[in-house]
Design a binder for this molecule. Structure first.
Ligand code: SF4
Ligand code: SF4
Length: 448
């Protein structure tokens, strides 16, 4: 008799699996349910499927796997749930269950997953190499030439859509913009580590540079070693549990939590994952305790800057004390609106801090974005795997942005930045899409 296969959902703490009381209060907050009105596409429906598998009443079929990948993982349902259902944990184990069952396997899918998750993002030197090649292709004008030549019409529609989403690669990556240690400006109060991310590094290295600068201006020695590892959120959200654990261990080894006052991330999606290494490594006797310390030290950059203020640090962006040189700017020069990254607001419950920082920048008028915490459709790689639903969500987001009359949209996650940049470009909107920390860094520079 063969040994019974390990099952992520059957092995999950049953108190997590059975917590849903089927009240349906999460349904109006779920973008996929809102689009289809099908119970299966709702949090309640998905949790019922997960529970049926945990109870041994259902096998992890192809339909189950497809449903788990139709879910955005946006965690809006988790915010809405009065029973405290941990949808994030259920979702990760459900996708891992779908992968483990092999129900979704196909040669093309296997190849793409092996290439991206097991090769490219397991060693970021490879990702940077690919990004350099892409950068040369873009800087030499080859991309523009190919686009203008019409040759892309020969390719299938889906490939053309993917090509149009290719991000602009920065000419210099984080290690070329940030020294391994950026000393605090003025009195040193903290020693922090800065995580530069995976795709964030080649695409938004400027945001990493701005983050290091703002932290230094707030009394932090900023340790930013080159050759960092991916945080593993991409792997955890796509059912690659062991790879996510391996990357968590590497991060803890590279940034021993006992050596830092805080470990800083500026990406909402990464932060949401980075704060739960203790769950990921709870069965690892070597790393369990260090992972617990790690979770306590990980801070989103906005959260950390506000905590610095509370702890009496030189938090200097407020209208009175902060960026004083910028006070010459007329009030309300720049109309800015703020889009909540799902994993910053629902995953980490950080909503007030970025707004507080933005309001503190002289010259900025912050206007509310309707449905600011409704997913923009980026959702990790969801816009690549589920283009129709992602496109629908993007159009909805852009129409709300347009209604605000803002010149600038601030958002704190590379996926959201890219998604809205691409959408604005496609619709020809004169919109600047930017990380809040960049606006803050620019305010400091205007002061100097
Ligand atoms: S994570 Fe988002 S898409 Fe998935 S069930 Fe919850 S609200 Fe719906
Ligand atoms: S997940 Fe929460 S809000 Fe949704 S049906 Fe279950 S208990 Fe109700």
């Amino acid at each position: 008799m063969s040994a019974e296969r390990h099952s992520h959902l059957k092995d999950l703490d049953y108190s997590v699996v059975q917590q849903c009381m089927h009240c349906g209060l999460c349904l109006p907050t779920c973008p996929t349910y809102d689009a289809t009105k099908v119970e299966r596409n709702s949090p309640r429906g998905r949790i019922s499927l997960m529970r049926a598998i945990a109870d041994g009443q259902l096998e992890a079929t192809k339909a189950f796997g497809e449903e788990m990948y139709f879910c955005l993982g946006c965690l809006a349902c988790q915010t809405a749930c009065p029973a405290g259902v941990n949808y994030a944990e259920l979702f990760e184990h459900a996708r891992a269950e779908a992968e483990q069952s092999g129900a979704l396997k196909s040669p093309k899918r296997n190849f793409i997953r092996s290439f991206a998750l097991k090769w490219l993002f397991m060693d970021l030197r490879r990702l940077r190499f690919v990004a350099r090649v892409l950068c040369v292709y873009q800087r030499l004008g080859l991309q523009s030439f190919v686009r203008r030549s019409g040759v892309l019409k020969l390719f299938p529609k889906r490939l053309r859509e993917l090509e149009a989403m290719t991000p602009e690669i920065q000419s210099r990556f984080s290690a070329e913009l940030i020294t391994p240690v950026t000393p605090a400006i003025g009195e040193k109060r903290f020693r922090v580590a800065l995580l530069t991310g995976c795709a964030q590094d080649p695409i938004f290295s400027n945001v990493n540079r701005d983050t290091a600068e703002v932290l230094a201006r707030n009394g932090c020695d900023v340790v930013t070693p080159p050759n960092q590892s991916c945080c593993g959120s991409l792997h955890a959200h796509n059912g690659e549990w062991e790879a996510a654990q391996e990357l968590a261990r590497r991060n803890i080894d590279q940034f021993p939590p006992e050596k830092f006052d805080a470990i800083i991330t500026n990406a909402g999606g990464c932060g949401s994952h980075l704060k739960h290494f203790s769950k990921l490594l709870e069965d690892d006797p070597v790393y369990r305790e260090r992972a617990r310390q790690w979770d306590e030290k990980v801070k989103d950059v906005h959260q950390w800057l506000i905590e610095c203020q509370v702890s009496g640090a030189r938090y200097q962006v407020g209208n009175s004390a902060a960026a004083p040189g910028t006070s010459h700017l007329p009030p309300d020069t720049l109309v800015v609106t703020y889009h909540d990254s799902c994993h910053l607001c629902h995953g980490q419950k950080i909503t007030a801090q970025p707004r507080e920082l933005l309001r503190a920048i002289p010259g900025i008028k912050l206007v509310d974005l309707p449905e600011s915490s409704w997913c923009c459709g980026s959702a990790g790689i969801y816009n690549l795997t589920q283009p129709e639903m992602a496109g629908e969500l993007l159009r909805r987001k852009l129409s709300h942005i347009k209604s605000t009359g803002a010149h600038v949209v601030a958002t704190a996650n590379p996926g959201c930045l890219l998604q809205i940049i691409n959408g604005a470009r496609e619709q020809g909107l004169p919109l600047r899409v930017v990380h809040p920390i960049t606006l803050l860094a620019e305010a400091y520079r205007r002061r100097d």
